[in-house]
Design a protein around this ligand. Sequence first.
Ligand code: ZN
Length: 214
Amino acid sequence: MLVLKKVKKQWRLYPIGSPKGALNHKREPEFVGNIKFSQEGDSLSIARFVADYNFKDNSTLNEKLVPPGEVTKLLRSQAVFLATPDEKVEKFLKSLNIKVRKTRVCDYCAYEGNITIVNSSYSYKYHNQLICKDCAHDTIKHELKLQGFDKKIFRNLKKTLEKTDDLEKTLSVLDPHFDPLKNRKLTLFDKTRKSKHIIPPVDMKRLKIPREFK
Ligand SMILES: [Zn+2]
């Protein structure tokens, strides 16, 4: 399968292999394709396509220029998933008779040159971005280290993340201005469980109280 995504104003194509088992698992693509579209009126066409076979390495040594005709062939050969909604790109794909499927991927992974297709139970919102569970956990660990907190807190924050589904809210407890009284549901530490001795209400009739006292 091919994933098309816009990362920092740049359209990228990630060939990530079989869709089977791709959900919620990070995939390293064969290469990262950088696409430059040219626009005529309302329709797009591929002006330039560079396949980067070693994305992690910043050099251009492993880059290969692919002619637009070859890119079209590639797009027609596999299922194409659009990870950034875009009407023009959708129209472009449809003009090539390519069925457009939509998906959601982790923004952090894509930025690093990988693709993690996520569903809602494996992803969180973070500063208007979508972030996978692994990247969310890494972000929490990084913040704890950065602010000098004990690693043990990680477990509690992981729980908060599951509860709130919101990484920003989860990390807000690390903020020095965090007010625990205003945010009773968020906490850095586990609340110690207290056994509750609830005294059951007793029916007055069952108590043998002399009539005059009732
Ligand atoms: Zn990720």
